[in-house]
Design a protein around this ligand. Sequence first.
Ligand SMILES: [Mg+2]
Length: 417
Amino acid sequence: MIDRRDLLKITALGTLLPTAVRPAAGDDDSGLRERLVAAQASPVLRRDRLPDPIVIDTVELLNKDDQFFVRIRSTDGVEGIALTNKRVIRSIYPMLPALVMPHFVGKDARDLDALIEGVFMRGHNYKWQGLGFWSCVAWVEFAILDLIGNHVGAPVGELVGDRIRDRTAIYYANGDRTSDAAAVVDQLEELIAISGARALKFKLGARMHSTDASTQRDFELIPLARKRLGDEVTLFTDSNSSFDIPLAVRTGKLLQAHEYGFFEEPVQFDHFEETKAVADALDIPIAGGEQEYSMRRFQWLIEHGALDIVQPDLLFFGGFVRSIRVARMAEAAGLRVVPHMSGFGLGSLHVLHFASVVPNSLRYQEYKGDKDGLPYEVIGTGKPFRSIDGEIEIPSGPGFGVRFDPDYMRQLRPVRT
Ligand SMILES: [Mg+2]
């Protein structure tokens, strides 16, 4: 029987790490916990590359129509900008000025690691820990990284690691759960046509539950997609917690038979024991983590072999500093990491910079097209980033390496809460 770790080697998930150290169920890897704790503790921001203080003067929340931005200025008059995810922020934006933004005013941006820890401990903020709180922290962190990058003329990746990639392949994610199997494969073919993607992901189940109809569709779609798209395309699937253990295992075995690359959130995402039970029962790599906001719970998932591919969301989990700690934990356990990404707020841009420095990154980064439709250009190209032949060039300009249209930015107004 093929071991799950061997499957990671032979599927197109990326070059193999030197040694897959993830223990099989029941193995005693007494050093793993210590390695995971050490991986969380080491500094992320490369202070050695930042000789001079960068003092944060103002942190502002700006708005036009349904779009929100965080803008940070240093006492030297340099700016950092973060576009937020418009679908997320409209429900939670008062947390930014109330809980998060004041913590950063007057601080040295080079203390970013400590500032992220500090905002969690400020007042009663720890009680608000969750996707909303950490998303607010992430937007401020993105703006700080952009600010630091603009100060020193370096892309975000070089502030948090060593740039090891200038481009990355993408997997195009399809979100359709309502069309029939043939229509979904039509859509996947269209995504290949517009992007050149060599990897795709599609949905299974009925989102957080399954029905007889969704199961029938899944069992038609899984073989059909492989048959029509061919053996050269890497295929991933995501059930968004739709199954119980028996249906997850049945579905997973069908995915294995058709050589799928990973199976994301097979059972309820916060039911860790069930996730581990499915992982133990299947050879296909199990992916998950997009709703996780706790570093310790990521440690549990990694330590207990519940996940093979770790998917922190750079926004929901609180930004680059925290997500790189998760990537380091995954690396310490011999696992791959690929961020989850919702698409809005230039989510792909963050994913690209993350991939530029994370050695144990999956070969393919999640991609959902440009959902914002805002006027911006990649510095140096004069155009938005886009997938050509299934790959995207990672911006190399300062900060996030993009520039929003100045006429558009002048229309933004401060948000009063
Ligand atoms: Mg997902």
